[in-house]
Design a protein. Structure first.
Length: 340
């Protein structure tokens, strides 16, 4: 896939994005703009390391998507002119190595574009748990009589409810803005949240133990690092009040799934979950049969608008590079500590 030099003198750009995601990520207008300024090498079999390596010689930029091969020393041997890796997702650790940064290749990500839709889903989860919608839906679909299906633990409005947020991340902050606009009292636990930032967000900064023990809903928005692995386990879940709910649109990495299952099976807590240890979620997983659990298949950021913004963001980074402008969403090697 070396090809001959582009007659128009355009720079070579490799797009390692499969056809289904290209259709979602790149509007016709955005794609035309990319074609106007670049000679495109499109890799349909984007997870095929050899195919990506064959496309890289002479390329100044590489656009990646989920399940693309990691750009390591081996791939860099083929990337003799590479200046930019523009990832259409958030975490870059699965897709680049330290060697990329050592060689001065810019790395960008589009995670900012995911914050709003994920926060909206977390809000929808919050409202469902407060009003026990998942319990009513499960009861009616399961054939229970109307009176029996109407039985549920006490229900609450979001206005005046204590909501706990674990992690003042981009998504966490977007979620905070939404629930505060609806009248919730918000507590946050985040070791990096300053007093000034907490005041600006209109939240109270508290310890994890305090947050868990007093929140009606706990929403998980922490980053995935070695330190946050299973930060919510049996001991932490036991602190949550009876009838409280857990919202997880971040990663299952953060929550001990077995401990959560035990609490949910007892009926003491409710949960709304978008992320799981095993994905796809096995058809016989106990989560599927619990009436107090709302499940979605890791699709919190899957809105049409979000997918298009992810593609537009990556293309914009390429356009900035070719125009000699600095990237808008560059990350440093420190981003490799965010595991996925």
């Amino acid at each position: 896939m070396h090809g001959s030099p582009d007659p128009a003198g355009r720079s070579r750009v490799v797009v390692a994005v499969p056809p289904d995601l290209r259709a979602q990520f790149f509007t016709a207008e955005v794609w035309r703009e990319l074609e106007r300024v670049a000679e495109l090498a499109v890799v349909d079999t984007h997870s095929d390391r050899a195919a990506v390596a064959a496309a890289l010689p002479g390329a100044r930029a590489l656009i990646t998507s989920w399940r693309a091969p990691k750009v390591d020393t081996g791939l860099l041997e083929s990337a003799d002119r590479l200046e930019l890796v523009a990832h259409t997702g958030s975490a870059v650790a699965p897709y680049v190595t330290e060697e990329v940064f050592r060689r001065g290749v810019l790395v960008t990500q589009a995670g900012d574009e995911m914050a709003r839709p994920v926060a909206e889903v977390a809000l929808a989860f919050t409202l469902s748990l407060l009003h026990r919608i998942q319990r009513f839906d499960h009861a009616l679909r399961g054939g229970r009589e109307w009176a029996a299906a109407s039985e549920a633990p006490p229900r609450h409005e979001i206005h005046g409810s204590d909501i706990g947020v674990i992690g003042a991340s981009r998504t966490g902050r977007a979620y905070i803005a939404l629930v505060r606009a609806m009248g919730a009292r918000v507590s946050v636990t985040d070791p990096y949240l300053s007093a000034a930032d907490a005041e600006a967000l209109g939240v109270q900064s508290v310890s994890l133990e305090t947050l868990l023990s007093r929140s009606r809903i706990v929403a998980v928005h922490a980053p995935v690092t070695a330190e946050t692995h299973r930060m919510i386990g049996a001991e932490q879940l036991a602190l949550m009040p009876d009838g409280a709910g857990l919202v997880n649109t971040a990663r299952s990495w953060l929550v001990d799934e077995d401990a959560l299952l035990a609490e949910l099976a007892s009926g003491r807590l409710d949960a709304a979950i978008d992320v799981f240890d095993a994905e796809p979620l096995p058809t016989d997983h106990p989560f599927r049969s619990l009436p107090n659990v709302l499940l979605t298949p890791h699709q919190a950021a899957g809105s049409v608008e979000c997918r298009q913004r992810l593609g537009t963001s990556a293309v914009d980074e390429v356009l900035r590079l070719l125009a000699g402008r600095p990237p808008a969403h560059a990350v440093t090697a420190d981003a490799l500590t965010r595991l996925y």
